[in-house]
Design a protein around this ligand. Sequence first.
Ligand SMILES: [Zn+2]
Ligand SMILES: [Zn+2]
Length: 174
Amino acid sequence: MSGNIKLDVSALTEKRQSLEFTVPAQDIDLGSEGIILRSDVRMTVVADNDENRLELTGRIVTEAETVCSRCLKPIIRVEPIEFDVRYVKPEDFGSDEESEVESEDLLTDILTSDEIDITEVAREQLLLDIPVRIYCQEDCRGLCEKCGADLNLIDCKCSDNEIDPRWAALKNIG
Ligand SMILES: [Zn+2]
Ligand SMILES: [Zn+2]
């Protein structure tokens, strides 16, 4: 993906450097994950550069739309995402240790070139932040399996054998 934003690590001359990126929403494809970005992704990043280690601490701001896993109602997420990724130079790790590093600390990546794909970092962080199953409210009742009605809004009475206690009480009044 040539359109991705790249951070040139060799150009980081200072030990600590603040960076800003704007990744166009269309460059981050999360459609297959059921997530639509409603605005460009703004990133502020502080790069801490050590001899053999690079740490990026940052914040991502965007408007992401997904749907409730039960009732399919759209959910907009606007809270900033804080993130922290660490990179180590490959020469500091033998091939055996490489896999060890990954399993010990999922946030540590091996720096395989002088470039870090910022667009990919944004994509990964968005995926980590938005759970696969998300609900509009904790006790969302979802949709009726038979008629598709939103059970948060109406009681369609499709499940006759499962009498809601509230309706049972009303029957007793009559
Ligand atoms: Zn819901
Ligand atoms: Zn129904």
